[in-house]
Ligand binder design. Structure first.
Ligand code: GDD
Ligand code: MN
Length: 375
C-alpha cells in the first residue's frame, strides 16, 4: 500500500459552503443577534455562513458573535486588535472564507437582507461578477436622508468617475455580492483605504467587472450609531488619489511633502512675527523652526497617518522622534546642497536636491519610527 494512502482526506460529510456573508462591525452588539436571525430566515435552501469582522469593539460585539457561534456553526467571528477600517475589515473577512460567492453587508440592518437570495440567483449562471444592492436605480431609495447628505453623496459619486469607468449608479454602496474569482483578480491591487470597498474593487479589477444593480431601500438605523464622521470624506479623497497616482508615487509621500511645504510657510511667518517682536535672528529662527516642526507633526498625525493616529503619551513620544528625525534630515539637506553647489552646479539645483533628499529621509523616519507599526 503506498504510504500516502494513509493521509488521504476523508469524504466530506456536509455539503459545500455556497455563500459567505461578510459583515464588518464596530460597536454593533445589539444588531448582531437580529441580523443572524434574519439571515436564517432569508437564506433557507442555501449553504451559507456569516463572518463578523470586528475591530475590537468596546461594547463586546465580538463576544456576542462568539456566543452565538458556540451553538450555530454558520456564525464565525474574526477579531482584529489595534486595527481600524471598514474596507480592510471586508477584505480580510473575504480572505477568511472558502465560499465561492461572498456578500458584504453592514451589521446595522440598514441593508435589506431579503435581497440576498436574488443577488445569489443573479450570480448563478456565471455571466456576472458582481451584484450591487443599489439605492440609485428605479425601485431603490436612500430612505430618510436629509438634502445635505444626499448632495454630498451625489458629488462623491460624480468624483468616483475619475477612477471607475463603469456606468454604475451606486458605486458607494456597501451592500453587494461577488464571485470569488472576481475578488481574487483584484485583491492585490486593492487600496484597502477608508469606507468604499466596492469602489475600490471596481477601480482595482484588471478588467471591468460584469455587474448588475438590484434596487433596495436603505433603512434607518435602530440600534447603535453611525461611524461616518467628517474624516470619511478625507479618506475617500485619499482612495481616489491613491488610485489615480498611487502606482507612480505613494499618496502618503505626496501629502508628507505638501505638509513640508506648509511648514516652510509657518517657519517664515513665525520668523517674521518673532523679529518684529524684537527677538534677535538666532532665537527668532529657533522659535520659528520649532513651530514649523510641531505644526508639521500635528498635520501629519491628523492627515497623512490618520489610520495610525497617535494619542496621549504616544503623541509626545512621536513628536520627539519626529523632531530628532527631521533635524537629521535638515543636516543632510544642508550637507548635500552645499556639496553639489561646491561642485559648480546652480544654486537652485543644489537646493532642490538637498530638499528632496531631506524629504525622503524625513518620510522614511516618520513612516518607520514615528508612525511605525510595531510597538
Ligand atoms: N470592522 C470595522 N471597522 N467595521 C466598521 C468600521 C471599522 O473601522 N467602521 C464602520 N464599521 C461597520 C459598522 O459597524 C457597520 O456595520 C458598517 O461598518 C457601516 O458603518 P456605518 O457607520 O453604519 O456606516 P453608514 O451607514 O454611515 O454608511 C454605510 O452606507 C454608506 C452609503 O451611504 C456604509 O455601508 C458605507 O460603506 C456606504 O458607503
Ligand atoms: Mn449604517
Amino acid at each position: 500500500m503506498p504510504a500516502n494512502d494513509a493521509v488521504e482526506a476523508p469524504a466530506p460529510v456536509w455539503v459545500s459552503r455556497q455563500l459567505a456573508v461578510v459583515v464588518p462591525t464596530l460597536n454593533e452588539s445589539a444588531n448582531v443577534p437580529v441580523l443572524v436571525a434574519r439571515l436564517h430566515e432569508v437564506l433557507r435552501g442555501i449553504e451559507w455562513e456569516v463572518v463578523f469582522v470586528d475591530d475590537d469593539s468596546r461594547d463586546g460585539t465580538a463576544d456576542v458573535a462568539r456566543r452565538i457561534a458556540q451553538s450555530d456553526p454558520r456564525v464565525r467571528c474574526l477579531q482584529r486588535i489595534g486595527r481600524r477600517g471598514l474596507s480592510s475589515a471586508c477584505i480580510e473577512g473575504i480572505l477568511a472564507t472558502s465560499a465561492p460567492v461572498v456578500a458584504v453587508m453592514d451589521a446595522d440592518l440598514q441593508h435589506d437582507e431579503s435581497l440576498l437570495p436574488d443577488m445569489f440567483a443573479a450570480l448563478a449562471d456565471g455571466s456576472l461578477d458582481i451584484v450591487v444592492g443599489s439605492r440609485h436605480v428605479p425601485g431603490g431609495s436612500v430612505g430618510e436622508w436629509d438634502e445635505k447628505r444626499a448632495a454630498i453623496s451625489n458629488f462623491a459619486t460624480r468624483l468616483s468617475r475619475l477612477i471607475v469607468r463603469a456606468d454604475i449608479a451606486d458605486p458607494m454602496s456597501g451592500f453587494f455580492m461577488l464571485r470569488r474569482e472576481a475578488f481574487d483578480a483584484a485583491v492585490r491591487n486593492l487600496s484597502g483605504q477608508g469606507f468604499k470597498i466596492l469602489l475600490d474593487l471596481f477601480a482595482s479589477s484588471p478588467r471591468p467587472p460584469r455587474f448588475r444593480e438590484l434596487p433596495f431601500t436603505f433603512r434607518t438605523r435602530q440600534f447603535g450609531q453611525s461611524k461616518l464622521d467628517s474624516m470619511v470624506a478625507w479618506e475617500y479623497l485619499m482612495l481616489i488619489a491613491d488610485k489615480l497616482i498611487g502606482h507612480i508615487i505613494p499618496v502618503r509621500f505626496v501629502l508628507f511633502a505638501l505638509i513640508g511645504g506648509v511648514g516652510v510657510g509657518v517657519n517664515l511667518i513665525v520668523l517674521d512675527l518673532a523679529l518684529s517682536l524684537g527677538l534677535r535672528f538666532a532665537p527668532a529662527e529657533t522659535v520659528a523652526t520649532l513651530a514649523a516642526m510641531v505644526s508639521n507633526f500635528m498635520l501629519n498625525n491628523q492627515l497623512t497617518y490618520r489610520d495610525r493616529r497617535l494619542k496621549g503619551w504616544r503623541l509626545v513620544r512621536g513628536l520627539v522622534t519626529f523632531s530628532v528625525g527631521c533635524s537629521i534630515g535638515a543636516v543632510a539637506n544642508i550637507g548635500i546642497a552645499a556639496q553639489i553647489f561646491g561642485e559648480g552646479q546652480s544654486w537652485w539645483l543644489a537646493g532642490l536636491a538637498g530638499a528632496l533628499i531631506g524629504a525622503v529621509w524625513n518620510y522614511a523616519i516618520a513612516s518607520t519610527y514615528t508612525w511605525g507599526r510595531a510597538k
